[in-house]
Write a protein that binds this ligand. Structure first.
Ligand SMILES: O=C[C@H](O)COP(=O)(O)O
Length: 484
């Protein structure tokens, strides 16, 4: 598995209350959140939706920390909602009027300490050197630093957005060992998006976070890069959370304004939990091509005889179109390297002895599906190669992704569809049903489509895979964002 695979990390949502909510208001917030906030989790459990756990936490002011600490114990939120501080002194103890030490925060059971927030950098003499010392004391006290980085509007206009943020990260983590670094959380917050209601385009966030993770990989190695959670912060609201979290490699949010309202905060957590379903299991069901939303359209425009006829026949025989979408999906898998999928599945199967379930090419269906999922980046790379060689054309994607992309769906409906999609194993069933009558080799070369199990921006990913210098990639400047 690759270090940039989101499935490796638990997503998280952290509310930064800044200088808001005194200790009484904080108590009230907690009561309201424990009512509204937890309902979504229960609802998802009741409907049988498997969700990845979302780690949630708040960063109250120093004066509210004790109240949150005590209240969390009294409500059923203990262990469900964590908390931390918005800053800390880099010094241990002594005559430092107005400072709060890491030891004091640890004694309050703080889990996180926010470091280097742009408002601290702006309104206080918070510099990179101080931040790296703070990082040390926080880690030594057993807490988790959340280090904020992000460019100003000036940096963005100059086209040095992510480089500016990366420089901040370089100095914040320069004293850390790989082991220390793996405990750190990074929050990318472009300063110009904080409190403005205008986050960057999701594809830009995705690209920035990928650059940050690439840097961590290059500096600390792939194991560390796979563990570090990278959050986005800046104007996150319930309305935009879903479209951002579904992008590749985004591990959650640092939420300011919206976290002051417990209901909004809970909704954001809900959106992240829903997305985590998709992040965990993106089974393949759909052939999709931009502008051609249905499989029928895709087939009519892309497949040639005799394969078009085969596909249409399958469709007629399977009014549940999901089934034949799945057949095409599997044809695509087969196109790009079933051999290594089979090899890996075989290795897995040595441990999974139960051969009594549905089998596919001798493999237990769930095992094979998981193999496909966990190796999807490799599949994508193979597909990219085939696209480059012009051996396949079109774009291949997944039904969950389509559902998520469909802005006409209201959140409840989207949730229903995702749950339904997640629950079914049509992919494997369909193959079992129709596998005998279809000439998969026939599907192979001319058309079965290209971009597999991927929610990444095609253009960016291709560049990255080809090792193109990211400095040449200036989405900030050129305004060329997203899928071209
Ligand atoms: O720490 C949180 C960020 O500064 C984001 O604040 P915001 O959500 O109000 O834009």
């Amino acid at each position: 598995m690759k270090y940039n695979d989101s499935v490796l990390r638990t997503p998280m949502v952290i509310g930064n209350w800044k200088m808001n909510l005194d200790h009484r208001q904080a108590g009230q917030w907690l009561l309201e959140y424990s009512g509204s906030g937890q309902n979504w989790a229960r609802r998802m459990e009741e409907t049988g939706t498997v969700v990845n756990r979302v780690e949630t936490g708040v960063l109250p002011s120093f004066t509210s920390l004790l109240a949150i600490h005590d209240m969390a114990r009294k409500t059923d939120l203990n262990g469900e909602l964590f908390f931390g501080a918005q800053n800390v002194s880099e010094l241990d103890a002594g005559a430092y009027t107005g400072d709060i030490s890491a030891q004091m925060l640890a004694a309050l059971d703080c889990r996180y300490v926010l470091l280097g927030h742009s408002e601290q950098r702006r309104y206080h003499p918070e510099d990179d050197e101080k931040i790296d010392r703070k990082m040390r004391v926080v880690l030594d006290s057993g807490m988790t630093p959340i280090v904020c980085i992000g460019e100003t509007k000036l940096g963005r206009d100059d086209g040095i957005g992510i480089d500016y943020a990366l420089n901040q990260l370089v100095s914040a983590v320069r004293l850390l060992s790989p082991e220390d670094m793996s405990k750190v959380i990074v929050a990318y917050e472009p300063v110009w998006s904080i409190g403005t209601g205008t986050p960057p385009d999701p594809t830009v966030i995705e690209s920035a976070l990928a650059d940050i993770r690439d840097f961590i990989n290059a500096t600390f190695g792939a194991d560390v890069a796979a563990k570090v959670r990278i959050l986005y912060g800046g104007s996150i609201k319930p309305d935009n959370a879903a479209s951002i979290i579904r992008r590749y490699g985004i591990d959650g949010f640092l939420v300011g304004g919206a976290s002051l309202d417990p209901t909004k905060f809970a909704k954001i957590c809900h959106r992240v939990a829903e997305s985590s379903v998709v992040r965990l299991r993106r089974t393949a069901h759909t052939i999709y091509r931009p502008g051609k939303r249905t499989v029928e359209e895709f087939t009519d425009s892309t497949l040639q005889e005799p394969y078009q006829i085969v596909a249409s026949k399958v469709a007629q025989n399977h009014p549940d179109t999901m089934a034949w979408r799945a057949s095409l999906a599997l044809a695509a898998y087969r196109t790009v390297g079933f051999q290594w999928l089979e090899e890996q599945a075989a290795a897995e199967l040595e441990d999974a002895a139960d051969a009594s379930g549905t089998t596919y090419l001798g493999f237990e269906a769930d095992v094979l599906r998981d193999m496909i999922w966990s190796n999807r980046l490799r599949i994508i790379e193979s597909m990219m190669k085939l696209i480059d060689e012009r051996r396949i054309r079109g774009v291949f994607s997944i039904r969950q992704w389509l559902i998520e992309c469909d802005d006409s769906l209201d959140p409840d409906r989207r949730h229903e569809l995702l749950a339904e999609e997640f629950a079914n194993v049509a992919c494997m069933r369909a193959y079992g049903e129709i596998g005998h009558g279809v000439d998969f080799e026939g599907f192979r070369r001319p058309f079965v489509a290209g971009y597999l199990l991927s929610d990444v921006d095609t253009q960016n990913r291709m560049w990255r895979m080809r090792g193109i210098d990211r400095k040449l990639h200036r989405p900030w400047k050129s305004g060329r964002l997203g899928l071209q």
